[in-house]
Design a protein around this ligand. Structure first.
Ligand SMILES: Nc1nc2c(ncn2[C@@H]2O[C@H](COP(=O)(O)OP(=O)(O)OP(=O)(O)O)[C@@H](O)[C@H]2O)c(=O)[nH]1
Ligand SMILES: [Mg+2]
Ligand SMILES: [Zn+2]
Length: 295
């Protein structure tokens, strides 16, 4: 890689990595950035220019155009997202999975699904979740099952090489735990989830990029809510990959697969070829973006 990339941001202080000089240093952003909103102020993953006339006060002067831009987690220029979903503690949440996949597809980022805490499932529970996992695999997603008690699948490591990836998911699903397995020297902080609430404690507070093989990978804080920023109902319908494929057979162009006659998606649903929870989530998302739209 070339140029300079932002690899960390804590309370307005950036950590930059200059690939040509192969060194890491702190910097601040020029005043003009601070006026702007989250979308345009420099963030982790950005390629930048800087001024080091005063080595005690290095200033970011320019941010290059982004190839991808996520709001949550706030990170730019990644091409791959490792989406972590624990099968238990916190419980598997299909709404969050479909929501996340939709946003990642919309941003043209390659998703990889990792189902964590696999060790916590008993045989019966495995039988319940396996068909769900197979569904996502059949529509084309790369799937891994992860347990902190097992060695890391070498395929995960191979996927990280050569890519700029982000690890993301709810608080407490095991993002930092997974990353520590990728490289033990990172020693990222992990913590028990709250037993009372059954969810994480936001142990990781900041987005930070770390070099991994020939690539880079980011740890991120877990999120609470996830919104469809900048997406409308058509974007939602295009981001459900298997619906989009079927939509060529829908009677109406631009069919949103709600109540339209001759809908190939609804036909597939009634034949049991589409996961019911996924279709229900889809309808919920369509309604969500419609009702949020400001006229
Ligand atoms: N049983 C089991 N526990 C796990 C596994 N992976 C992580 N944990 C535990 O889950 C808890 C949360 O893990 P973290 O790695 O801190 O989770 P995180 O996703 O980084 O959480 P935030 O930083 O808050 O977003 C820790 O106590 C881990 O030891 C797993 O595969 N199996
Ligand atoms: Mg963490
Ligand atoms: Zn349709």
């Amino acid at each position: 890689m070339k140029g300079t990339m932002i690899i960390g941001l804590v309370a307005g202080e950036y950590t930059l990595y200059d690939f040509d000089k192969q060194k890491k240093f702190k910097a601040r952003a020029r005043g003009k950035f601070r006026q702007k909103d989250l979308f345009t102020s420099p963030k982790v993953g950005d390629y930048v220019l800087y001024n080091d006339d005063n080595p005690d006060s290095i200033i970011i002067t320019e941010v290059f155009e982004r190839t991808s831009d996520l709001v949550r987690p706030p990170i730019a220029n990644i091409n791959q997202a490792l989406l972590l979903f624990s099968v238990k503690r916190p419980d598997f949440n299909d709404n969050l999975l479909d929501r996340f996949l939709s946003i990642i597809e919309f941003n043209n980022i390659k998703p990889i699904l990792i189902f964590s805490k696999w060790d916590l499932l008993n045989e019966e529970e495995v039988k319940v979740i396996e068909p769900i996992i197979s569904y996502y695999q059949n529509i084309g997603y790369k799937i891994f099952r992860f347990s902190k008690f097992e060695p890391l699948d070498p395929e995960i490591r191979a996927l990280i090489d050569d890519n700029i990836s982000v690890v993301t998911g709810q608080s407490g699903v095991g993002k930092s735990t997974l990353l520590n397995k990728i490289d033990n020297s990172w020693q990222l902080k992990t913590d028990e989830i709250s037993l009372a609430l059954g969810r994480g404690k936001h142990t990781t507070r900041e987005v930070s990029l770390m070099p991994a093989g020939k690539g880079w990978i980011a740890d991120t804080p877990g999120f609470g809510i996830l919104e469809f920023e900048g997406m409308d109902e058509i974007d939602i319908s295009h981001s459900f990959v298997e619906f989009f494929e079927l939509s060529h057979n829908c009677k109406f162009k631009g069919c949103l697969h709600e109540k339209e006659p001759g809908c190939a998606v609804k036909a597939a649903l009634s034949e049991g070829k589409i996961l019911k929870s996924r279709y229900d989530n889809y309808l919920g998302f369509i309604n969500e973006v419609k009702s949020k739209r400001k006229w």
